[in-house]
Design a binder for this molecule. Structure first.
Ligand SMILES: *Cc1c(COP(=O)(O)O)cnc(C)c1O
Length: 492
């Protein structure tokens, strides 16, 4: 690094260097999101071979050259998430407002752990979470914290749930003393379609994933409440301690929304914390279909992901609590950061992170710039496209629709002719892999009732029904080259 002034903001030279570099970087990003196909199809080995061997040269190559190198070796081989035929995961094209917010929050580099590293950024995060508490009807006592996403939100919710249960029901201070003597009996109840992070959290909480008891689902993949009742009664009789009931508002594959109202009732009767994992479906609260989330207002905690159906750049999520005091179960004070006698809002006491990005600015700017209506339009558009895609699949002669969409996912299967189930599984697996290598479209896979299924997650409001038709044509095209006979022989 020769001229330090060119590498830091705060001087005219630094400002000029920042303008030049960000303009170059911005053009590279625009090129990478304006491609004919969503992916180049590059194999990992080819990408490894193309990257420079020397990640840390003795002398650098200079910023212009390094940006250009990243543009050709890296960005050109990434998955273009803004392409209309990228339709695999809950992975959104970011809004321009989110990208503008990223520019501001990264250049100013605030850290939300303490007020003396963030000033107004702390207040904006507080405001955003108050607005979110209102959106979900959680009431005046609610509070929240911005997280890296649903994984962190779900973990923290279950941590607080466990520790509240330990204190209130087992007279045990888990923060100080760790797991209680009854730890083997602690249980979390969720549906069989709940996100895997319920089990992951149970592991991280020292309970092991066997502490998660799953309840079967109805024909629409929502938690079956009769089975929930039987499960809770059985656990009570067996002397188990159910400290949390988790409802899912938008399961990853089907987008199914559990009957939250009735789950809330059961959780209350059994003195369990009611957590709603609305990482996927929380954005419905902005739309005319908000009543599908009825019952969320009775939750003790709600997880929301802004980097899914709120269309914000990764990473950006939130955990909202019904009662702000519950953050106290995991709060700590440290002399250097948030002394107990400080009158300032030091958000580190609400987070499982210390240094933390000002990600709140992304939804805040989107809310202010687009308003509820603007974001709702994007959510409603992707859901409508999913419904129309389902109709298209259902009326085709060679695809089978496996479920009616609930949100913006569509589950289907390629069935071009009479084939044994195993052959169809093998054909669908191979066709999806071939499509990814081909690069014309990106779709996902999962299993539905034990069979291999393909999945479209329509996250791009600019994806049209013609684009969906093009995705299906590309699938047909690559599937033609799959030799089903040899696949079955390989599987046998
Ligand atoms: C995406 C998702 C998660 C995980 O969230 P991340 O943001 O990926 O950490 C958890 N639960 C549900 C229902 C999800 O859709």
């Amino acid at each position: 690094m020769s001229d330090l002034e060119d590498h830091f903001l705060g001087t005219n030279a630094g400002a000029e260097a920042y303008r030049t570099a960000t303009e170059r970087a911005r053009e590279a990003a625009i090129d990478a999101t304006d491609t004919d196909d969503p992916f180049s199809g590059a194999e990992p080995d080819a990408i490894r071979a193309a990257l420079p061997d020397d990640v840390l040269p003795e002398s650098g190559i200079g910023l212009d050259a390094a940006i250009d190198e990243v543009a050709t070796d890296v960005l050109a081989e990434t998955v273009n998430v803004s392409h209309p035929r990228t339709a695999a995961h809950l992975h959104c094209p970011p809004t321009v407002s989110g990208l503008a917010a990223e520019t501001m929050l990264s250049a100013t580099n605030q850290s939300l752990d303490s007020y003396d590293q963030s000033g107004a950024a702390t207040v904006v995060e507080e405001r955003l979470l108050t607005a979110l508490g209102d959106l979900f009807g959680l009431g005046d006592g609610s509070d929240g914290v911005v997280t890296s996403g649903g994984t962190q939100s779900n973990f923290q919710a279950l941590l607080l749930a466990r520790d509240r249960y330990c204190e209130e029901r087992l007279d045990h201070d888990a923060q100080a003393a760790g797991l209680p003597p009854e730890a083997d009996d602690l249980r979390i109840v969720c549906s069989a379609e709940a996100h895997f992070t319920a089990e992951q959290s149970a592991h991280h909480l020292g309970l092991g994933h066997d502490a998660v008891v799953t309840v079967g689902t109805d024909a629409e993949h929502r938690m079956d409440v009769d089975e929930l009742d039987a499960t809770l009664d059985g656990l009570d009789e067996a002397g188990k301690e159910v400290f949390a009931v988790v409802g899912t508002a938008g399961t990853t594959d089907f987008g199914a929304i559990d009957p939250l109202d009735r789950l809330a009732e059961r959780a209350r009767t059994h003195d369990a914390w009611f957590h709603v994992d609305a990482a996927f479906g929380g954005a419905l609260a902005l739309t005319d279909d908000a009543d599908r989330l009825a019952g969320v207002e009775r939750a003790d905690s709600v997880s929301v992901d802004f980097h899914k159906l709120f269309f914000q750049p990764i990473s950006c999520g939130a955990l909202i609590l019904d009662e702000r005091e519950a953050f106290g179960y995991a709060a700590r004070n440290d002399d250097y950061l948030n002394p107990a006698d400080s009158a300032l809002p030091n958000l580190v006491s609400k987070s499982t992170q210390t240094t933390r990005r000002f990600d709140a600015l992304k939804p805040y700017l989107a809310f202010r710039a687009l308003g509820r209506e603007g974001i709702a339009e994007a959510v409603e558009t992707v859901c409508t496209t999913a419904n129309r895609a389902a109709t298209l699949l259902d009326s085709s002669h060679d695809f089978a629709l496996l479920a009616e969409p609930s949100l913006n996912t569509v589950l289907f299967r390629y069935e071009p002719r009479e084939l044994a189930d195993d052959d169809l599984d093998a054909l669908n697996t191979a066709a999806r892999e071939a499509l990814f290598r081909d690069g014309r479209a990106v779709v996902a896979r999962t299993e539905v009732d034990g069979v291999e299924a393909l999945k479209l997650t329509l996250m791009n409001p600019l994806t049209t029904l013609d684009d969906v038709a093009d995705i299906l044509d590309a699938l047909r095209d690559v599937a033609e080259d799959v030799d089903v006979g040899s696949l079955t022989a390989r599987n046998a």
